[in-house]
Design a protein around this ligand. Structure first.
Ligand code: IDP
Length: 142
């Protein structure tokens, strides 16, 4: 039996601005995963430093901060069997230029080139990351 898990997904400012929140939610629901919490917010630099703690020292971090605070994002907790790995696969690789058709990044990312990689969504890379990240964006969730 596969165990129930949960993961965190963020629709990033480019995904919200280009009107792909509904497309992302439809893909999640079509896979029979449950969205158990959802909110729209504008991220603060402090929240992002915790969320992207492993990238804070990188040269491109300030670009990530500027991009991720540039407009509203939609945060979701998604639950289901094997949901962490499944949603990562649906997300696709970090660089949208390399993301296959059929993945969220492959289908919905618009421009890329210099600066922060604008790739529509974030999804947690492990159960441990998911639980850590959920606390940042849903501080009232257990
Ligand atoms: P992931 O989002 O696919 O898990 P991470 O390596 O955790 O990838 O990076 C987090 C985010 O930081 C990426 O989604 C992307 O928006 C941005 N990013 C990562 N690496 C680079 C880079 O080399 N240049 C610019 N932005 C980057």
């Amino acid at each position: 039996m596969m165990t129930e898990e949960r993961t965190l997904m963020l629709v990033k400012p480019d995904g919200v601005a280009s009107g792909h929140v509904g497309d992302v939610i439809t893909r999640i629901e079509n896979r029979r995963f449950k969205i158990t919490a959802i909110r729209t917010l504008t991220a603060s630099p402090e929240e992002l430093r915790v969320h992207y703690q492993q990238l804070v020292g990188k040269s491109f971090y300030s670009g990530i901060e500027d991009f991720m605070t540039s407009g509203p994002i939609v945060a979701m907790i998604i639950s289901g069997s094997d949901v962490v790995e499944s949603i990562r696969k649906m997300t696709g690789p970090t660089d949208p230029a390399e993301a296959p058709a059929g993945t969220i990044r492959g289908d919905f990312a618009r421009g890329w080139g210099d600066g922060p990689i604008q790739n529509v969504v974030h999804s947690s890379d492990s159960i441990e990351s998911a639980e850590r990240e959920i606390k940042i964006w849903f501080p009232d969730e257990k």
